[in-house]
Design a protein around this ligand. Structure first.
Ligand SMILES: *[C@@H]1O[C@H](CO)[C@@H](O)[C@H](O)[C@H]1NC(C)=O
Ligand SMILES: *[C@@H]1O[C@H](CO)[C@@H](O)[C@H](O)[C@H]1NC(C)=O
Ligand SMILES: *[C@@H]1O[C@H](CO)[C@@H](O)[C@H](O)[C@H]1NC(C)=O
Ligand SMILES: *[C@@H]1O[C@H](CO)[C@@H](O)[C@H](O)[C@H]1NC(C)=O
Ligand SMILES: *[C@@H]1O[C@H](CO)[C@@H](O)[C@H](O)[C@H]1NC(C)=O
Ligand SMILES: *[C@@H]1O[C@H](CO)[C@@H](O)[C@H](O)[C@H]1NC(C)=O
Ligand SMILES: *[C@@H]1O[C@H](CO)[C@@H](O)[C@H](O)[C@H]1NC(C)=O
Ligand SMILES: *[C@@H]1O[C@H](CO)[C@@H](O)[C@H](O)[C@H]1NC(C)=O
Length: 394
């Protein structure tokens, strides 16, 4: 009380306080000690990094485990288990009386997330009972962790089930090209937490598909350049991983391209299967001297793989030249991006009939294709076991 009134009287001469916070606790505990402090503008908070590999990263109350736009971060501070002195530090200065929310970004968005295990910290948060109390903030972080853990366990179960249920090679829509088995989706119903919002989602989980938890309420933006100078027949990047709510911005550069949804076994024709009709941007013709580039947006709604291509056929098929694109392809399976591109080239391009049986062996075609199929099935199963093993290591 005394020092407070003295402080008020002598305000310009009061030196700012320094608050020490330990990052990580004894025995590798995932905590900041203390977890919450109050501080005055001008005060400094000095974080001392204990063994393990933590960060001090600014988040927001609404999204406790996501970095705040323009927020501060110490970066990762690895400290050996036997190090006891000369611990690295990171200092922030408190600018105002607004709450400051902090988390550790180690293993972000995975079941091992430090934040998801409650490693969060706050300056000037609300009192217990207030909506923006530390307890509510930490509980929201823990709920994100629980949701990531649930997604990982259901996805790995789905992954194992999917490949064992579907180890049959089929042929492409036309042309006799054989293609790897389709994974079987597992319908999953799950509570998703994003900041203070919780809702239930039902989605199809595919092997290695991303978590259904959107990275942020607005979704992330992924930019893909379509075409370009010199007649480039590419989507750049040709494949991305994206979560529900993310937006893929296709930016059309030189020449006259589309982005059109297809399917793995029919890469160069618009998807139209049992009433499911694919998206299509239509043609965007862009002049060689253009300096502004039109965009067309696709919002991701699912974690299932999305396959796409350019349907320009003048003067020659762009798709057949390999101008294809994928979202959430399972790169550890036979249905990876380059396999998809090969199907496109085989069906509509120069790689035509690359794995078709030789015409002279018509009478033994059945045997040949069966032999080929079972050989490839072996590879698919090995991949599946490796994937399951990798899942166990997590
Ligand atoms: C610290 O963690 C980051 C992120 O996981 C990782 O990239 C880095 O290699 C780690 N450093 C050490 C020394 O383990
Ligand atoms: C910590 O352990 C490493 C490797 O075990 C050793 O090289 C280093 O000297 C130790 N450091 C201290 C401070 O004991
Ligand atoms: C205080 O303001 C500085 C300069 O704008 C900024 O770098 C720093 O991150 C701010 N501190 C906090 C705790 O937001
Ligand atoms: C773009 O290509 C489509 C299909 O080939 C064609 O119909 C259209 O006229 C082309 N647009 C321009 C401006 O060249
Ligand atoms: C591009 O070239 C065309 C014809 O050569 C011309 O009409 C147009 O103004 C040019 N556009 C730009 C942005 O330079
Ligand atoms: C696509 O999304 C981006 C980013 O949100 C936006 O800037 C752009 O205007 C959108 N394009 C269209 C055609 O809606
Ligand atoms: C690919 O080939 C099929 C069958 O000939 C044809 O229907 C389709 O339009 C072609 N697509 C492209 C983009 O070349
Ligand atoms: C990608 O698919 C091809 C063709 O199915 C296959 O040969 C290759 O092994 C796959 N890559 C991986 C990493 O599984």
């Amino acid at each position: 009380m005394f020092s407070l009134s003295l402080g008020l009287v002598l305000l310009p001469f009061v030196s700012a306080a320094i608050h020490d916070v330990q990052v990580g606790g004894a025995g590798g505990k995932l905590v900041y000690v203390p977890e919450a402090i109050s501080a005055q503008p001008g005060d400094q908070v000095v974080f001392h990094f204990n063994p393990k590999n933590h960060t001090v990263t600014q988040s927001s109350f609404a999204d406790p485990c996501g970095r705040k736009d323009g927020g501060f971060s110490s970066g990762f501070q690895p400290v050996a288990a036997n190090q006891t002195d000369n611990l690295p530090t990171y200092t922030i200065t408190i600018n105002d009386t607004q709450p400051v929310w902090v988390y550790c970004a180690q293993a972000a968005k995975t079941p091992a997330s430090h934040c998801g295990q409650g490693m969060v910290f706050a300056v000037n948060c609300g009192l217990d009972g207030a909506p923006n109390s530390f307890t509510n903030f930490k509980n929201s972080a823990l709920a994100i962790g629980a949701s990531l853990a649930a997604a990982a366990s259901s996805a790995s179960a789905a992954s194992t089930a999917a490949y064992s249920a579907a180890a049959t090679w089929t042929t492409a829509a036309y042309g006799g090209y054989t293609i790897p088995p389709a994974p079987v989706p597992t319908p999953i119903t799950q509570a998703v937490t994003l900041g203070s919002q919780v809702w239930t989602t039902t989605y199809n989980s595919y092997p290695n598909s991303p978590a259904p938890t959107p990275a942020s309420a607005e979704g992330q933006i992924h930019k893909v350049i379509v075409g370009g100078p010199g007649g480039k027949l590419t989507f750049d990047p040709p494949r991305i991983s994206a979560q529900p709510r993310d937006i893929v911005v296709f930016e059309f550069h030189q020449k006259n391209h589309t982005v059109t949804q297809s399917s793995f076994d029919d890469p160069c024709r618009k998807l139209n299967n049992n009433g499911v009709v694919g998206f299509d941007s239509g043609f965007f013709a862009v002049a060689d001297n253009a300096t502004e580039f039109p965009t067309w947006n696709f919002t991701v709604t699912d974690t299932a793989p999305v396959w796409g291509y350019c349907r320009q056929q003048t003067p020659a098929s762009h798709c057949g030249a390999g101008m294809v694109f994928a979202i959430n392809s399972d790169e550890s399976s036979g249905r990876n991006f380059s396999a998809f591109q090969n199907v496109a080239k085989a069906l509509n391009g120069t790689l035509v009939a690359a794995n078709e049986p030789a015409p002279s062996q018509t009478s033994t075609t059945t045997t040949n294709s069966n032999g080929a199929a079972s050989a490839r099935m072996g590879t698919a199963l090995v991949t599946c076991i490796a994937a399951a093993f990798a899942a166990l290591l997590l």
